[in-house]
Design a protein around this ligand. Structure first.
Ligand code: SAH
Length: 464
């Protein structure tokens, strides 16, 4: 089974740096079920293609005994060796694990941004056929060509197989692409070959955290990924909802019946965060606001709903999140006046960018904890030192409060690089404020526990 990744970003051979695999070498990686080989069928400065070839050893696969076959021969006679099954998703995650994390010491800027990419999977098991492939990949910003493969070309009357030949083209961040494939290959295959433990939820959130939240098919993807284990899927969907983003909101406005329902007694934390930050922005009388790390845009929507915000901008490093944000805001259907109020663009907060300048206030809502600590000073320099808005509003989890979340071990989200205590956050805030010429005030958001504090910490920086 084969998957290729190509780019025409020049110099295209930089793909080797991004994937952490040298274009002139053929490298093999032993997997528990076979051997993965990475090689480059082409590697010029104009176009470079990396191929991941997975050879499955049916005997080794059968010996793993993790899969309960319908009948014993099925252990040996199956499509595993030929089709880009869930095994390819596992191999890809393993072989390109550093690339998937978005780290690339020698070409970090390239790894942080979208580049033109083409992904080809000649034989992809895809239950639901080409239409399903379109529904899953298009919302992420891909142009999709999915050709059905006939069961047997010699007997067209037999119809189509459950395989498609897939070609994706788009301009995306490579790390996002690899994470999407890691989740979506097994989902489309619908035959995960290994046992689903509860750490699968973490794996899903780690790979899907940034793009799955606002995906219109997120429920279907989550259920399929977790092998239809309802309990795990519920945990995953709840944790997705607890993330920065507002998953409970659908892309459609609620119908009348739903709108007539009384408000739930317990307001979800993300809604409380939105309310708290909106209140601060109104207090500051900010008219032009930029949401830095806007994700899939649920806070942008709240900003757009208030006409006192005359200029609203959203920036994120993830092109697929922005794609979802654009749809959520219905950018293409906005009238000219509304459309001129809002701007969405791709950018990285660790690189100076003139487009971040000229705002009354900047919001960093649940973003700093996604940045590697050694890169935080760069973010501070870009936001406070160069963009220099009148105010900066930062929110981040209060790690002390985590003991209140039943069953939570480790951080609230697997992509969090750290979570701060109140004292740690206060130290960071005061250091930043005094170095950059801002005043800072600290508050909490949500339930205020006398010992642990609030679940979310809030800092308001004002330019002095
Ligand atoms: N602010 C949103 C999303 C929080 S999730 C909310 O509260 O709902 C964190 C977001 O930060 C993700 O969308 C991620 O893509 C973005 N992000 C992380 N590091 C970034 C960086 N260096 N530059 C720009 N965006 C970044």
């Amino acid at each position: 089974m084969l998957l290729t990744v190509s780019t025409t970003h020049t110099p295209a051979r930089d793909l080797g740096y991004l994937l952490h695999k040298h274009p002139d070498r053929v490298q093999q990686f032993t997997q528990s079920f076979g051997t993965a080989t990475v090689f480059y069928p082409e590697a010029t400065d104009e176009r470079c293609t990396a191929a991941l070839l997975l050879e499955v050893d049916p005997v080794r696969l059968a010996r793993r005994r993790e899969r309960t076959p319908d009948f014993s021969l099925a252990q040996y006679v199956n499509d595993r060796a030929y089709a880009a099954s869930s095994l390819l998703g596992v191999a890809l995650a393993d072989v390109f694990s550093t690339a998937r994390s978005g780290r690339c010491d020698s070409r970090q800027e390239l790894a942080d941004g979208p580049i033109p990419l083409e992904i080809v999977v000649p034989v992809l098991p895809c239950r639901g056929g080409p239409e399903r492939a379109h529904r899953v990949f298009e919302p992420l910003g891909w142009q999709v060509v999915a050709e059905p493969i006939a069961l047997d070309e010699g007997f067209p009357e037999w119809g189509e197989s459950r395989y498609v030949s897939l070609r994706l083209t788009g301009t995306l961040r490579l790390a996002d692409t690899l994470n999407q494939l890691h989740v979506l290959l097994p989902v489309l295959d619908d035959s995960k070959h290994y046992w689903q433990g509860s750490d699968e939820v973490d794996k899903l959130l780690r790979s899907g955290g940034s793009w799955l939240v606002g995906h219109p098919e997120r429920e279907w993807i989550t259920r399929r990924y977790l092998g239809r284990r309802g309990a795990l899927a519920r945990v995953a969907l709840t944790r997705l909802a607890e993330l920065g983003d507002d998953t409970e909101e659908t892309l459609e406005p609620p119908d009348d019946e739903e709108a007539a329902q009384p408000e739930e007694a317990r307001v979800p934390l993300n809604r409380q965060r939105h309310e708290a930050v909106l209140a601060v922005l109104r207090e500051l009388q900010a008219a032009r606001v930029i949401d830095l790390g806007c994700g899939t845009g649920s806070f942008l929507r709240a900003l757009m709903d208030d006409p006192s915000f005359t200029g609203v901008a959203g920036v994120d490093v993830s092109a697929s999140s922005l794609e979802i944000a654009a749809r959520r805001l219905r950018l293409d259907r906005m009238g000219d006046r509304q459309r001129s109020r809002v701007e969405l663009f791709q950018g990285a907060l660790t690189y100076r960018d003139r487009r971040f300048e000229g705002y009354d206030a900047a919001v960093l809502m649940e973003v700093v904890e996604h940045v590697d600590p050694p890169r935080l000073p760069a973010l501070v320099d870009v936001v406070f030192g160069h963009a220099r808005p009148g105010a900066v509003v930062v929110t981040t989890p209060n790690v002390e409060y985590n003991v209140r979340y039943e069953g939570l071990e480790g951080p609230r989200h697997p992509d969090h690089r750290f979570e701060w205590t109140r004292a740690e956050f206060a130290t960071w805030c005061h250091d930043v404020a005094s170095a950059q010429g801002y005043d800072v005030e600290l508050r909490g958001i949500g339930d205020d526990d006398p010992e642990l504090g609030s679940p979310t910490q809030l800092a308001v920086f004002r330019h002095v």
